[in-house]
Design a protein around this ligand. Structure first.
Ligand SMILES: [Zn+2]
Length: 159
């Protein structure tokens, strides 16, 4: 029995057909064009994942809410977020209820990602590490000043 692998065939991709779907059984992955290989071999070729679109369904306790928002921005947001529009807005509202949220925009998020920081937990870890390093830096500076003072004192005694 074959299941969908939710990936596109990398052999087909390399031959110029990037949208041929892979199927899998317990041993192999294969496509309708006759390509076949063990899971590990196919995965090593970095097959492109098929993104499954999850249709938004309101939960049993959800209500439809009205908010005042700039019309142009609303259109752009719906266009940009697509199926993720409702869950994104709903999770933003939830976020605001968990203490005081720190909101960062997409550009800041992109810069964080370049630094290897992908979520709030990693942001917090980086900030804590920064505080710790600043503390270490201060005690090293204090130590250097202490030694400079001692040396200056010793030099004054020599002269
Ligand atoms: Zn193929």
């Amino acid at each position: 029995m074959a299941d969908r692998a939710y990936m596109y065939c990398p052999f087909c991709r390399n031959q110029g057909s990037p949208k041929v779907e892979l199927h899998r059984d317990n041993v192999d992955m294969f496509c309708l064009m006759g390509h076949k290989g063990p899971h590990g071999q196919i995965l090593a070729m970095n097959p492109e994942m098929i993104k499954t679109t999850v249709r938004f369904q309101p939960g049993p306790n959800d209500v439809k809410a009205e908010v005042w928002v700039n019309g142009e921005r609303l259109l752009k947001a719906k266009e940009a977020l697509g199926d993720r529009f409702h869950p994104t807005i709903a999770s933003l509202i939830s976020c605001c209820m968990a203490g005081e949220p720190v909101i960062i925009d997409g550009q800041q998020a992109a810069e964080l990602r370049k630094l290897g920081i992908r979520n709030g937990q990693e942001m917090l870890a980086a900030a804590k590490e920064n505080v710790q390093l600043a503390g270490q830096n201060q005690s090293l500076t204090d130590e250097v000043i202490k030694w400079e003072t001692r040396i200056a004192g010793a030099m004054a005694n020599i002269n």
